[in-house]
Design a protein around this ligand. Sequence first.
Ligand code: CUA
Length: 496
Amino acid sequence: MTNASTPSGAQQTALIVSAHPLFREGIARLLGDQAQVIGSVASWQEVQGLGLVQAPDVIIVDHDSSDLQEKDLTPLLWPDADDLRVIYVTLSGDKMTVHERHQVAGAGEADLLRALKGERPGASARSTQETTASQPIYTVQPSQGRMERMDKGTDKPKYTRHFIVVSALVAVVAIISVIGLLAVPKFPQASTQALVVDWLMDLHLGVIGILFALVMVFMLYSLFVFRRKPGEEGDGDHFEGNTKLEITWTVVPLITVLIFGVIGAVTLAEVTAAQDDEMTVNVTAFSFGWQFDYPELGIEKATTLNLPVNQPVLFKLRSLDQDVIHNFYVAEFRVKQDLVPGVPTQLRVTPNVEGAYRLRCNELCGTGHTNMLAPVNVLNETDFTAWVAEQKAAVSPEALAELGAGLHASQGCIACHNVSGDPGGVGPTWKGLFGSTREFTDGTSQVADEEYLRNSILNPTSEIVTGYAPVMPANYADVLSEQQLDAIIEYLKTLE
Ligand code: CUA
């Protein structure tokens, strides 16, 4: 096979310039009989020495020879040859990369062929199409190796194969990722809201699994399959961008995000919608504890959150703190809400599975954050009614002390006051406190009787025990009911 006919009908003439004999030989070999090599020299000076009367059709210059600048050549030899074609080329192995194009349109290795054919910028695209319609632009001997790649037709099947492999891998990895993500165990569902939230969460996990597969497979495949192989030293293939791909990876994520935005808004509206027959529970948070008022039932300052099953509940949330945000969160209910100082917030939950759960503060709020817990019981109607009745009945001293022990934990006292007798807590230990003599920073002292204990809880900074800092919150008059205050004092009496 020989080259396609050039516009002039005559064979093109080529001049090869490089300081390296191997480069000159390699290019001459690649050109074969596609062009007539009229000179093969090491420098511009040698070009002069050739004494060429007419400029060659194309000058192929070694890109790695930095002293071979086109501006030095053209005025020197052929000042009038303004359409002289000079091509800078890197040769590594049998692979040729075209770096700079002069008087040649397009990009990549194919430029060399266009130059050899005498095509001009602008005209090249059209004439190429016309030529390919009837015959190949350029045919090469199999022995000419990578020169084959200049024919675009042979690139396509090669990349199509990669694309098919990558698509299959993405599909497999996506399926495994999604199955794996959905298999991660969640807390049991215990509210109607949890169903909707989990559905949306699973939808997200599905998309995350697919995205993970897309990114990882493309990256790892490229790293391994297109890595530089031993002996390869040239540059990689040159790509000028891909409009279709760029539009795809812009539009697809945009639509995905918009769809999720709409689904998210609809779900949020559904989860927070008011319902008939709501029971109100006022939730008060403080550093570091919770209490619950049931205004419709006349129950105040409960330390356990008891709820009847299948009863829609409206939680009205407020914080006693001035500067700390807490968060109301029962994992099995899924939904949660911040308690912001000065800003009343609310949350709607319909518990639908009987059981014992736990309210956790879900906002890092200080040293007692991990202790900011409260038991949550979802009860059947009989049990709930019994609990309501119990809340209103009178209590014995033993029961009071027991209640006080519970308050010690649930109201955050435990964060500073241990009951083990260990010194070194933030506040004095409660063990043996009742009846002991307290010495204060102002030099006075007093025996810890009931009145003293009540005053230290309600006005914690009025007398500071020697050795301790005045850090106790002064809001217990709001936090504790009279009965709870009695319960704590009763509990202190038992800690001898
Ligand atoms: Cu309150 Cu963390």
